[in-house]
Design a binder for this molecule. Structure first.
Ligand SMILES: Cc1cc2nc3c(=O)[nH]c(=O)nc-3n(C[C@H](O)[C@H](O)[C@H](O)COP(=O)(O)OP(=O)(O)OC[C@H]3O[C@@H](n4cnc5c(N)ncnc54)[C@H](O)[C@@H]3O)c2cc1C
Ligand code: FES
Ligand code: FES
Length: 496
């Protein structure tokens, strides 16, 4: 068990040191701020990480520097903030007479009407402001910074304009870059992080891996918690009462991301944003998947291993990770083992895990010569939406013949799954339009998808074929359209 521990949750909220005993391990930060601290600048909209009305700024130290990120307080449990600092939109200006440039720019650009969404936008823009000094702000960066915020009256143009203008205004006294990254704030944060680990009956946050692994091996009924971007919704949307939570977020050895000559290693504590940044360095074709995975704040909280471990059939990472032949590193107590990611999924919500075993990391193979890869996501909204269907493929061509191909889909079965029959059919065949056309029909042998609120079965089958054809077109840069492939495809498209 942990040698030095505390039962008191300690964090800073707007520079006030909060020290509270554990009452309810699943109390959200939003409820704490609004109901217990009576700070109504933080709003509740959706309660599921979607709208950004509840956004607050979180600080922690990393490699001797402060790191700020926006987080959705509606799905953050209070004990996960032990050793962290939180700031709300109300606090970031020293007074009403001296607004922060982010706020001033929003006022000047008419970026706030009903104002309900405004504190959330302020926080997202502030996080961007702190990290970027450039006066030539790129519009697409602002769009990415506010990807987790919805506004339903102003429209985004004035808000984006505010993001572009804020760097032209004078630095404020509070939360200027100088203040945010000052020695004083850094030392305050480091002192907080030196506090003992939080260990209570209902929430345990070890800081070392051996302790974490031993506790879980001895108590497999505990609920592992990482970024809470799935688990948070079990509480706020499904009103679930959770068991004892075993928190990954403080385990130092799980915050590791590195590579050797064969693999990228992504530890269980690494958030999706950091993981995808690394993956895209090696696989630039996955840039769009990276940008379309949820929103920046969700990606900065949720973990890649949480996505994989949760194993939703419509999770976005799994199709391409399976296509890339990713390995999953599992740990139970002091033992570890590795398996192919595709073997991890046994059935709907059923994983190949022993009691007390958890995901320590994923190992993604580095690209090899002649590999062509792609992942396409089909969802109703461009950002911040769950897929109806997701496609991942890796192709190795030699002299226009398919040496090997791996294709996996999300949203087509109860688990993320490889298209084994399709792969078998294609292997060693010429990579031609005629072969591709014949192959599309094989997809029906691999999958009999379901109808649900995201898509009908026939839509899913059709889109799966279309995505495969898109892959062919992109690899060959054919410039062909779907209609060039088959009268059957165009006919069924017309009927959808
Ligand atoms: C607004 C919003 C948008 C989203 N958009 C997308 C999207 O576009 N695409 C997508 O795929 N997902 C999306 N998600 C879902 C979610 O963000 C991802 O599944 C995320 O990767 C989950 O990671 P987490 O760290 O938050 O996991 P948590 O919520 O902490 O945990 C999820 C599950 O995995 C288990 N778990 C976590 N880590 C481990 C581990 N190391 N070992 C064993 N078990 C573990 C937990 O016990 C739990 O059962 C979205 C969620 C929200 C709220
Ligand atoms: S209230 Fe909508 S994201 Fe939190
Ligand atoms: S100003 Fe009304 S929702 Fe944004």
């Amino acid at each position: 068990m942990i040698s030095k521990s505390t039962q008191v949750i300690q964090f800073y909220l707007d520079d006030e040191l909060i020290q509270i005993p554990m009452e309810n391990q699943q109390e959200t930060l939003l409820d704490f701020i609004r109901l217990k601290k009576n700070n109504k600048s933080v709003k509740e909209g959706c309660g599921e990480g979607d709208c950004g009305a509840c956004m607050v700024l979180q600080a922690e130290s990393k490699d001797g520097r402060l790191v700020y990120k926006p987080i959705n307080s509606c799905i953050k449990f209070v004990p996960t903030l032990h050793k962290r600092s939180i700031y709300t939109a109300k606090y970031i200006s020293a007074s009403l007479e001296e607004l922060h440039p982010v706020q001033e720019a929003l006022v000047a650009s008419h970026g706030s009407q009903c104002g309900f969404c405004t504190p959330g936008f302020v926080i997202s823009l502030l996080a961007y402001y702190l990290e970027n000094e450039s006066k030539n702000t790129n519009e697409s960066e602002i769009i990415s910074a506010i990807s987790g915020n919805l506004c339903r009256c102003t429209g985004y143009r004035p808000i984006i304009e505010a993001g572009i203008q804020m760097n032209n205004l004078d630095e404020p006294s509070r939360f200027s870059r100088q203040d945010a990254y000052s020695e004083h704030r850094l030392q305050q944060q480091i002192n907080l992080e030196l506090q003992p680990d939080l260990v209570t009956e209902t929430f345990i946050a070890p800081s070392d891996l051996d302790t974490f692994a031993n506790i879980y091996a001895a108590n497999p009924e505990y609920q592992i918690l990482a970024g809470a971007t799935d688990v948070g919704l079990w509480v706020t949307q499904h009103l679930k009462q959770l068991k004892t939570l075993l928190f990954i977020g403080q385990v130092k050895e799980l915050q590791v991301i590195n590579e050797d000559s064969q693999f990228i290693w992504i530890g269980a504590g690494i958030n999706l944003e950091a993981a995808y940044e690394k993956i895209v360095q090696h696989y630039p074709d996955l840039k769009e998947l990276h940008q379309r995975f949820a929103s920046l704040p969700i990606r900065q909280s949720g973990t890649l291993c949480g996505n994989v471990a949760n194993g939703s059939p419509i999770g976005d990472s799994m199709p391409i990770l399976i296509a890339l032949n990713t390995l999953i590193v599992l740990r139970q107590g002091q033992s570890t083992r590795e398996m192919n990611l595709e073997d991890f999924y046994l059935g709907y919500q059923k994983k190949n895990l022993l009691p007390g075993e958890f995901v320590e990391a994923v190992k993604i193979p580095l690209p090899t010569k002649n590999d062509r890869i792609a992942s396409y996501k089909v969802s109703k909204r461009y950002e911040q939406d769950i897929s109806a269907i997701c496609f991942g493929a890796k192709l190795n061509l030699e002299n226009d013949h398919i040496q090997s191909i791996r294709i996996a889909f999300g949203g087509m079965a109860a688990i993320p799954k490889r298209a084994i029959e399709l792969e078998k059919f294609l292997t060693k065949k010429p990579w031609t339009q005629a072969v591709i056309l014949e192959a599309t029909e094989i997809i029906d042998q691999d999958f009999q998808p379901l109808t649900d609120l995201r898509a009908t079965a026939s839509y899913r089958s059709q889109v799966a074929k279309n995505l495969f054809i898109r892959f062919y077109n992109e690899v060959n840069q054919t410039g062909l359209s779907l209609n060039d492939f088959s009268p059957i495809i165009s006919e069924s498209l017309a009927n959808e």
